[in-house]
Structure formats: structure tokens, C-alpha cells
Design a protein around this ligand. Sequence first.
Ligand code: CA
Length: 758
Amino acid sequence: MKKVLMSFVLFVVTFDAFSFSPVDSVNTLMGTASTYNFSHGNTYPAVAMPWGMNFWSAQTGENGSGWMYTYSENEIRGFRQTHQPSPWINDYGTFSIMPLSGDLQVDNHLRGRMFSHENEVAKPYLYQVRFDDGTLVKMTPTERGAIFVVKFAENKRQFLVLDAYKDGCGVEIDTTNSCITGYTKNNSGGVPSNFANYFVVDFDQKIVDFGTRTNDSLMAKTTKAEHFAAQAYVEFDLSPNDSLIIRVASSFVSKEQALLNFEREVQDHSFCDVLLRAKNEWNEKLGRIRVGGEADPNTIRTFYSCLYRTLLFPRRFFEYDGENKPIYYSPYDGKIHSGVMYTDNGFWDTFRAVHPLFTLLYPEVTECVLQSLLNTYDESGFLPEWASPGHRNCMIGNNSLSLIADAWQKGFRRIDAEKALKAMLNQTLEQGSESSVGRNGYEDYHNLGYVPYPDYYEASAKTLEYAYADWCLATFAESIGEKNIAKEYFIKSQNYRNLFDANIGFMRAKNKQGEWIEPFDATEWGGPFTEGCSWHYTWSVFHDVEGLAQLMGGHTEMVKQLDSVFSAPNTYNYGTYGFVIHEIAEMVALNMGQYAHGNQPIQHAIYLYNYLGQPWKAQQRVREVLSRLYLATPDGYCGDEDNGQTSAWYVFSALGFYPVCPGASEYVLGSPLFEKTVLSLPGDKSFEINATKNSAEKVYIQNALLNGKTFENNYLTHEQISSGGIFDLKMSEKPNKKRGIKAENLPYSYTKIDKLKN
Ligand code: CA
């Protein structure tokens, strides 16, 4: 949770194209003060290009630990190429380099060097640290490589260790050309047996001594080692004012492709050129949203730090061959294919806001992600749900269907629609070798209308997510004229109703015989739910909030229930987990009742007030979360950041709207954080959001004008934003209880509003 702000200095951000450098507002250390037991983000300071194939990070944790960089640590053991999307998923294809002044220590447990954060610079395009012994290291990224500058401490021996980790690796030192090449096969699952990351590490200085290490034994003067785990070391003899320049690149395709990537991206480039290119690239991507007006600089830092996190994943897992055509090593069938592949994404998290943000502001990414989804289907028989780099057994749902339906409805129509429909149908009618691939419990779900518990773990969460996925499939099928399929799946999309117990007002688990599972405790985590309890999952009806409201007895009753999320005590029953999982600890720490913003299931719930004719409650709550639960500091997130999702919530909410139901092409209104925000959209269009008189107290929308005309709706359509325009809001400290209350002003729901009940 954020610390209390001590500075209230306000400053006006100008929109001067030359001075505008949003990347310098990013703190990549946001979220790094995390542990296994309590997450303030579980992030690491990734030095990378947006969606880059390889990220780089200083490594404080020991090899193999998901907590690669922890803010409270005071030793760095390496500078690591990483592909880790989350500590819970861990890394693959990782290797590190570590410059050492003085004694040679190859082992990662012994080679750490002390540093302090005062001597550290952490930006998306640059990480720099001066160790306590005086050694200075700088690194800057390319898509598939990096350039390092090392200044060794004076009057000390000068070593560099390359650690290729484990699971089968090779290193080879070339003293003539002053470089180390090799490969590493380390992974955490989800790869075929021929998986490898091939690397080239080149030095601009002569190697004067060298050796390798395997099985804890150092072999001086050997140039080559292949083993389960392997490291290489080299020694230099630089004159006192000289620096060592290290150029690195790698490939998942082959050794030859690694050399090609090396030649293209780093070989003849200087550190400064690469740094500038990375900086410009970040500024172009981050600069598609310009926030300003009178704003606290800390708020601007938080905004761009969150936007940076949103633009890291999914990563581009493809490379360019000798003819500059995209190719990739498939983490599904182990073959080389032409085309694009993206990975390191759990759609359970990112379908909610990350991918919808791309459809609006980074459509070039959405286009490629769609291709990548169908490539995954071609190569594995399933769409991905949690890929890193191949299918991983993690989380639940068929949220890949949300990505396709959302993009399709917003006009992304270059995919093979017939194949997409086939893939989507298959996703609901089959299960892969892992329960998270395809649809676990599909037979029972289709026969009974819900996934029974305890026959299936997390059964009720699955039912709710499948019902939404079925709606996504139905809208897609309807759009391409497949009326029968659409009809069938629209009916299935109502399956959420089967788990709502009107007597208690909550979603709850049912057994195979159709009986409620007793006893019921709304605060019981796990079991039929995923990393949450019924307080969090009862709202998981993205596509039919009106239907849910009617089950609850109407809008007034649902408002009461939603209010009680925040007023209920923050108690918990850890249920089947058997211990306090970190998400529980984070909810308790928030002290916002049962509201658990540190995890994804409930992140859309505040916006539901808009469906119930009380938009001012959403406006107030959104601003409370924006200001209380995020800050660009190491402890600045209130739970796992999760591949951009928790950040994308902030980004959207700061703009003043949020995609509650991807697939409906709507963004439900909240309360914009800034006085002025400008979105740069494709086709040289812009969408300007002006919130006059906005302040920490004036969070309520008094009235709204879209392109000069009175605007009463509680949502903007994708079309309204993407075609460009001006959205003027007048803010006030008092709610306008007459605005946005009529049935025609409420966002999309599958069920039509029952005017008699509301
Ligand atoms: Ca999470």
C-alpha cells in the first residue's frame, strides 16, 4: 500500500513535444518490495523494450528463486536475461553475467556484491548500479539483446562470470574473438524437449585468462563446458580509465539466428545509440497517453510506471530471419514456423484490461496477438490461456475467447474467422493435457449447466468464467452469421444463474446432484473459487450485470449488496488453502472490507454501480482506490501486479473509464484522475478528456459533454473514443444524482432491463 504523500507541490505539465519524456517518470522499482508471503507487486525492474523478446534485470535472489529482485536485499549476484512473467510461474531460458572486481567467485551463492539504492538508476531503458566496491555497471536493451558498460574498481583484478544456469547448458569461450557463446535449456515447464536459448556475449577487450565450471569444480584454461549446469569466466586487464563494453544477443531459434540477432541489434551499435533508441521507443509508446493539467508529480510518476508495466507483456517470442521475415520457435510443437508468436501472459488476468487497452491504443499489438492465438491453436490444438512460453497449468477459464471476441467486435477482422470459431468452440468442448488448457469439466458443465463441486477444484469460479466465455463465443458467432451456434452459446452464457442462491444473495457451489454445498461461508477462500471467496466471485457476470441484478432482487438490492462489500468486516476463512495465502493477507491489509483489489476477480466490481443507476458511487470508490492503493514506490501495489493487469486497471481508471465487459465494445465511466488527458489514436486522431475543476475532493461528474453535446450515458463506446473527439466533464465535490440514472444510460447487459423491478 502506498505511503502517505508528504509533498503537495502541484505543477503544470506542458505538452511540449521536445520536453515530453514520460519514460523518465517511470520507476521500474515499483512493486519490488515483495516477499512470498506478501506481495507489493511481485515485480522486478525490467530493462526492456515494450513487449521485448528478452528482458534484463539485476538479480538479488539466488538462481531459481522467483523473487529475482527484492528491494530489501543489498547484494546483486548477476545481471540476468529473463522471461519471467511472475514469480509463481518462474523463468525460462535465463542466463546472467556478473562483472567482478577483485576475487573470482563463480558460484551464485558467493559472487554477490553489495550495493545500495542510492547508487542505482532504474529506468525502462537503463539500469545502472555502482557497487560498494566501486564497480560500475550499466545496461540498456534492444528487442533481443543488450549492451553493458562495465567500469571495474581500480587496482583490482577484473573478471566476468557467465552463468548459463541449469537443465542442460553449454558455454564456449573464444579467446581469439573475445566472446562467449552457448545455450541454456532451463525452464519451468511448458516447453518441448528441444527447447533452448542460444546466446552470444561479446567483449570489446582482450581476454587474458579464462575457465569454466561444472559440478562445483573450476577448470582453469578450459574453453568449453557442457553439463546440467555450467558457468564460464574470463579475466581482463583494462587500463584504469578504460571501460569494458559487452554486447549480448540471443535466439530461441538457433545459434545462427542468435548471431544474426547480434549483428542486427548490437554489433555495430554504441551503448548511447541503443540507449537513445530504447528511450525514444518508450516515449513513443508511453506518450500515446498524455496526462496533465495541475497534477501531483507523484501521480504522474505512478501513472507512467503503471503504463510501463502494462506494455511489457505479452512478449514477442519471434525473430527476423535473413530475409527479415518473422519466424519463431514454437513452444508448442518445437518446430520453426514463419509468422508471429507472443507469450508470457495469463489471460485470466489480462483479458480484463490489458488487452482492451491494446485494442484502443496499441492496435498493432492486438493484430499480432490475434495471429499468435491462432498459431497456438494450429500447433497445439488449443488456444493459450496461461502461456510461458508454452501452455502452463495455471489458473482457470477460457478467457482467450474474450480476447478474440473483444478485438473482433472492435473491428479487428484480419483473422481467419472460420478457424477462430473452430478454435473457440474447441476450447469449450475439449480439455488438454493440463486442466487449465481447454475447458476442465466441460462435459458436466454442458450437461448440468455448471461445473459440480467437489468433483472439480475451483468449480464455481470456472462456471462463472465459462458462462462469460460462452457469451464471447456467441457474440462472435452471431457477428459472422452462425446463428445456431450463437443461440446455443447465448443460452449457455446464462449458466451463471445456476450458482446464484437467491436466499443468501451470493454465488455458491453445487454438487453433481444439484444440491448446495453446505455449510456456506461467503468469506471462505479457495475450494470452489480461485484465489478468492464468494464475496469476490459473486460479481463475475461481466456480460449480464442486469441479469445478476434481477437475481438479487433489482438495482436497489444489488447496490446494497455492492455497498456491503466495503462495509463488511475484512475477515476471512482460508478454507481449502489451509493457510493465509498472500492474497488474503493483502485484502486484510487494505482494510476496505471484503474488497480485495490486490487480486483480479473483483477488480471490475466498483464499476458495476453504473449498471444500477448510481454512477456516483463508482466515481467516489474508483478515486479512493486510485489515490490509496497505488504509488510509484517499491511497495506501491496492493498485491500481485500480474502481467500488467493491476496496472492497466490504474491506467484505464485514471483516464476515467474501464472495460468491464470485453466483447461489448464499451468502457464504463468512473472518474478521471487528471484535469486533462489526451489519447493519441491511430490515424492521427485524438481523444481528449477534460475534467474541469478536478481535484482530490471534486471526484463527482456533475455533467458531461461529448463533442459539445450533453452526454448522459454511463459508458463510452469503443467507436466514440477511437473515432476521436473531446469529452468534457465538469467535476464537483457533490454527486449529481440525476445524471446517468435512466435505463437508456446504463451499459450493456445481455438481459434487458426490467423497468418494473427498478
Ligand atoms: Ca493475482
